[in-house]
Design a protein around this ligand. Sequence first.
Ligand code: SF4
Ligand code: SF4
Length: 112
Amino acid sequence: MSRKGLLIDYDQCSGCHSCAVACKQEHKYPEGKWGIKVEEKVFVDPKRPNSSVRIDYIPFPTEYCDLCAARAKRGERPACVKACQSWCMYQGTLAEMTVLMEKMPRAVLYSR
Ligand code: SF4
Ligand code: SF4
C-alpha cells in the first residue's frame, strides 16, 4: 500500500489552532500532549522593511501524529483536515501530496 502523508499549505494558515484542538479531542491526549502544534513566527518582511511586522503560522505534526489511523480505517478524513478553518490541510498518498506541494510556495509535508 502507498504511504500516506499530511500536507499543510502554511501560506494559507490563519493560526486558528483548530487542527491542534481537533487532534487533541480525537485522541483524548492529556494536557501537554499534542499531535500537531502551531508555531508563531514574527518578523519584519525584508521586502517591506518599513511596514509592520509579519506573522507566519507554521503548523507541524509531532511524533504523536498517527495520521488518524483509526479514522482512516473508517474511511474518514483526519480530524485536523476536517476541522481546518482555512482549507489548507490535505491528506493522501505521498505521490499525490508532492504534486500538490509543487504549487505551494511554503508547505509542510509529514509522513510516517
Ligand atoms: S492527522 Fe490526525 S493525528 Fe495527525 S495531526 Fe491530524 S488529527 Fe492529529
Ligand atoms: S486549522 Fe488550518 S488554518 Fe487553523 S491553525 Fe491549523 S492549519 Fe492553520
